[in-house]
Design a protein around this ligand. Structure first.
Ligand code: FAD
Length: 517
């Protein structure tokens, strides 16, 4: 490949430089799968965040897992190894799936090649039900394929057009996590191509160090080629309830009470629990879901004006033909004694697929208005339960209200630590219960800096106030920040990197390690 002059820029700053020459791939039969036409390079230098742009030398479009093995081996064995990043859907917000001067592996092209053959469902009487799923597959396709057998995974993300490999590299969280754990807690086995180009099958019985490293491992240890996902009988329908609170302490107390009933087999447990803020800065219904009837918007709006912030508790209980008769009673019992504002409870009854895929209609609407492909200066945090009230008064009630910039959805909901496996790479607070808070901002191309400044102010406030936050979908750039992020797990993370990707080839866009020449 020839030397290519490229532009690299972060929003607001443009700089020109000469990219180095890509080392010749020694394996002739995959060279033609490298693409460096401007359109393809542009695609790989963008993500959902639209904040960072890193230009790769080329994009690799594999037709098979063997192609990825060959590519990684050829870098690993090279005198001058080149960076390689798997790109799922590029739904990261800070360039995590990019590879400056390296090769981006476009997992979507593998998905197209393996259309219909990379999701297989097994009903195993001994092992339980599971699906073997290509790492490049989308969760929406996993849902549809498993439902054909009356089965489904138990742990989800709010949005299903994400790849299996991408969410397992982070954790994969949603309202089911308090009961079933994150998606990484529901994987039996994986095939992984390590940074040495070795194809390894791993599980908690076999090659367990790699298994634990990869789950929540930010793409640092290998490319997930296949994951075996636990399945359970799928429900048919969902009772979905929202309750409004003006008092944060009552809201979190009720959330914590509800997630304390969390046994996987416990019939009286909820199936889903989340929460969000309602403020004057944003619409009452947003792209994540339109729920409140239009006729109620005026009275909700006047309550927001009175209190500045309302807190919306969101719960769901699944049911099918067998459990239909009991579901109303079960919800009634669960919600008894909760301290929401009387008269501000809302209910919907929807199909299971409609519930899981609830964000899609909002996405399509925004796409049609040209408002999906815009900057997303997101900040996602994990916060220990003991400090969530301080977070509310310092961040929601102070920084967010004072700055008064129009806001995207702000999510707040708790999870149970015992549903996570501490041997995995994902880094979470050291308390039995911790909250996730997601500031899911959308902004204009010229207004994203105000959100970025707010995000920085929030992080600085937490640091100064001693609130022990961890970033989810982390965005750090210094060694010190990464060391703090992983805390007691950092040395393990380093050891695993040296073991599985010793030449520091994989997922450079996370900005954790720099390639060793
Ligand atoms: P990418 O962004 O393409 O990749 C993410 C990282 O994983 C990169 O470092 C990449 O190199 C690496 N990677 C990708 N594929 C593989 C693979 N096969 N093997 C190894 N490494 C790989 N997250 C949640 O947990 N819960 C949510 O509810 C949720 N909702 C979201 C809603 C929206 C609208 C969006 C845009 C994102 C949401 N996310 C959520 C975040 C999402 O989990 C991350 O963006 C995640 O990275 C998955 O996106 P992706 O599949 O496009 O991966």
């Amino acid at each position: 490949l020839v030397t290519i002059t490229r532009l690299i820029f972060t929003v607001g700053k443009t700089e020109q430089w000469k990219a180095p020459i890509l080392p010749e791939l020694d394996i002739d039969n995959i060279s033609h799968k490298l693409h460096d036409d401007p359109e393809t390079i542009q695609m790989a230098s963008r993500d959902y965040g639209h904040l960072t742009h890193e230009f790769p030398l080329a994009v690799f479009r594999p037709s098979s897992i063997d192609d990825i093995v060959t590519l990684i081996k050829s870098s690993y064995n090279s005198f001058a190894p080149f960076d390689i990043a798997a790109r799922g859907q590029g739904h990261s917000t800070h360039g995590q799936a990019m590879a400056r001067d390296g090769i981006v592996v476009d997992m979507a092209s593998l998905r197209k090649q393996r259309n219909g053959v990379a999701i297989s469902v097994s009903k195993d009487p001994l092992m339980g039900h599971y699906a073997d799923v290509g790492g490049e597959q989308l969760w929406i396709d996993v849902l549809h394929a498993t439902l054909e057998y009356g089965l489904a995974p138990v742990s989800w993300t709010d949005y299903l057009y994400l790849t299996v490999g991408g969410t397992l590299s982070n954790a994969g969280i949603s309202g089911q996590s308090f009961r079933y754990g994150p998606q990484i807690s529901n994987v039996h086995e994986m095939d992984v191509i390590t940074g040495k180009g070795e194809f390894v099958t791993c599980s908690s019985q076999k090659n367990l160090e790699l298994f634990h490293a990869v789950l929540g491992g930010l793409g640092q240890f290998g490319v997930i080629a296949r994951a075996r996902i636990a399945l359970e009988p799928a429900p048919k329908r969902v009772k979905w309830v929202r309750l409004l609170y003006s008092d944060f302490s009552a809201f979190t107390k009720d959330q914590e009470r509800l997630i304390s009933i969390n046994g996987r087999k416990q019939k009286n447990a909820l199936d889903f629990l989340e929460g969000m803020l309602l403020m004057n800065q944003g619409p009452i219904n947003n792209w994540r879901s339109s729920f409140f009837p239009l006729s109620d918007h005026p009275r909700i709006a006047s309550l927001i004006t009175e209190h500045s912030i309302l807190y919306c508790l969101e719960v769901a209980k699944y049911y099918d033909e067998q459990t239909e008769l009991n579901v109303d009673k079960e919800i009634e019992v669960l919600l008894q004694g909760l301290a929401y504002i009387p008269g501000f409870n809302y209910e919907k009854n929807v199909s299971y697929v409609e519930f899981l895929n609830r964000v899609r209609s909002g996405e399509l609407k925004l796409q049609s208005q040209g408002l999906w492909e815009v900057p997303h200066p997101w900040l996602n945090l994990f916060i220990p339960k003991s400090q969530i009230l301080d977070f509310n008064s310092g961040v929601f009630k102070d920084i967010v209200l004072k700055r008064n910039i129009s806001s995207g959805p702000v999510l707040v909901y708790p999870m149970n630590r015992n549903k996570w496996d501490d041997r995995m790479s994902a880094s979470i607070p050291d308390e039995d219960v911790f909250y996730t808070v997601g500031f899911l901002h959308s902004s204009g191309f010229d207004t994203w800096k105000a959100y970025d400044a707010q995000n920085r102010e929030i992080l600085e406030f937490c640091r100064d106030a001693g609130i022990m936050v961890k970033q989810y979908l982390p965005n750090h750039s210094t060694q010190e920040d990464w060391t703090n992020h992983f805390g007691a797990k950092w040395m393990k993370f380093l050891e695993r990197k040296h073991q599985f990707d010793p030449r520091m080839i994989l997922s450079p866009g996370q900005k954790i390690f720099h390639k060793k020449l």
